[in-house]
Design a protein around this ligand. Structure first.
Ligand code: 5AD
Ligand code: SF4
Ligand code: FES
Length: 365
């Protein structure tokens, strides 16, 4: 006999089939899921939403992921790297406005000068904020030595999305070569944990060839890895990428959006005390996308601090929001939106995941 959504929601543990049923819920049933996840969020992480001011450091990338608008093979992109002064200015803005933390993201590179520059930038940001600003890096796969040098410079969280947790499916979205090796990426996640970072990962939702069974496996992957933070959002096609050829086979954008919302809600129930981001890609589909994600379980938001002149060159996908806005516009806009969604902002706090803190304590025991 198949279980009802309410029966599943009353269980302490979800098996894969339960997750598949939840992901397939119709409009009425999905509201039961959203109500439950909102309650769990309120109980375990509360109303507070933490900011991670996002600096899109550079769109230079050595990789060629088939979905991404800034892949090396896209010759239409105008490549940039933000100057050191501009980064420090953005960091100062974050500090003065009590953002708590920064996320510095860029395309993947591993040349020596890049590695050194990041280490020195991280130290300088720590210094200008008297150690107060938390720093998250998102710079792809690197060697253990590089991860260590950035950690020693002061970064304490790292985001590396696995993109899809199934190695066979991974091959459909990446070239089959050494630079795009699923197992190397997985190893990187282990290295990051070994070095001491709070580790975040994530996936894209609604990719061609991907089913709800794959997405259920993705959620189970997060649980098995005992991850500290997750950022996931809808796949959005980009014209100058190989995956664009499947654009007519995709779920509608609204379906991808609701599937993403269900992923956030289910994950909040499965992993009650981790940090979950309300991602920009959700807002690209629905103008209230991030607010809706916050209501059903997300507790992290990344206001864009990238200087306006670079924003339109960091186009991973179409319809990316906030291209004409600057840091101040996004700050005011977000504040109003978060309050509307019933949240309050954790100004001046790092907002580390309580999951990480517990995991660390358990390691010491
Ligand atoms: N649609 C949605 N997300 C994308 N990303 C890259 N390209 C796309 C796209 N077309 C995501 C990837 C990557 C993150 C930085 O952006 O998950 O890890
Ligand atoms: Fe580069 Fe990341 Fe885009 Fe892949 S997803 S092409 S690694 S920026
Ligand atoms: Fe950037 Fe609303 S968050 S304009």
């Amino acid at each position: 006999m198949t279980k009802t959504i309410s029966e599943i929601l009353d269980q302490d543990h979800f098996e894969k089939q339960d997750i598949v049923t939840l992901l397939s819920a119709n409009e009425q049933d999905r509201n039961l899921l959203f109500e439950r996840s909102a309650m769990i969020k309120e109980k375990y992480v509360g109303k507070r939403v933490f900011y991670r001011g996002l600096i899109e450091f550079s769109n230079l990338c050595a990789k060629n992921c088939y979905y991404c608008g800034i892949r090396a093979g896209n010759k239409q992109t105008n490549r940039y790297e933000i100057t050191e002064d501009e980064i420090l200015e953005a960091a100062r803005y974050a500090y003065e406005n009590k953002y708590g933390s920064l996320v510095i993201q860029s395309g993947e590179r591993s040349d020596k000068s890049f590695v050194k520059r990041i280490a020195s930038l991280v130290s300088r940001i720590k210094k200008l904020s008297n150690g107060d600003l938390g720093i998250t890096l998102s710079m792809g796969e690197q060697t253990e030595e590089t991860y260590k040098s950035w950690f020693d410079s002061g970064a304490h969280r790292y985001l590396l999305r696995i993109e899809v947790s199934n190695p066979e499916l991974y091959l459909k979205y990446h070239p089959n070569d050494k630079k795009h090796d699923y197992f190397a990426r997985l190893e990187s996640l282990h290295l990051l944990r070994k070095v001491g970072y709070q580790v975040g990962t994530g996936v894209m939702i609604g990719l061609p060839f991907q089913t709800v069974h794959d997405l259920a496996d993705d959620l189970i992957f997060f649980r098995n890895f005992d991850i500290d933070m997750v950022g996931m959002g809808p796949f959005i096609e980009h014209e100058n990428t190989p995956l664009y050829q499947y654009k007519d086979e995709l779920l509608s954008k609204s379906e991808r959006f609701y599937l993403s919302l269900k992923m956030v809600a289910i994950l909040r129930i499965m992993m009650k005390d981790i940090n979950i981001a309300a991602t920009t890609a959700m807002q690209a589909i629905d103008p209230l996308g991030r607010e809706k994600a916050i209501k059903v379980g997300a507790n992290i938001i990344m206001p864009n601090l990238t200087p306006s002149k670079y924003r339109e060159d960091y186009l991973l996908y179409e319809d990316k929001p906030c291209l004409d806005e600057d840091a101040n516009d996004c700050k005011q806009c977000l504040e109003a939106r978060i309050h509307m969604a019933g949240g309050d902002i954790g100004y001046g706090e790092w907002g580390d995941s309580t999951h990480f803190k517990k995991r660390k304590k358990d390691e010491i025991k």
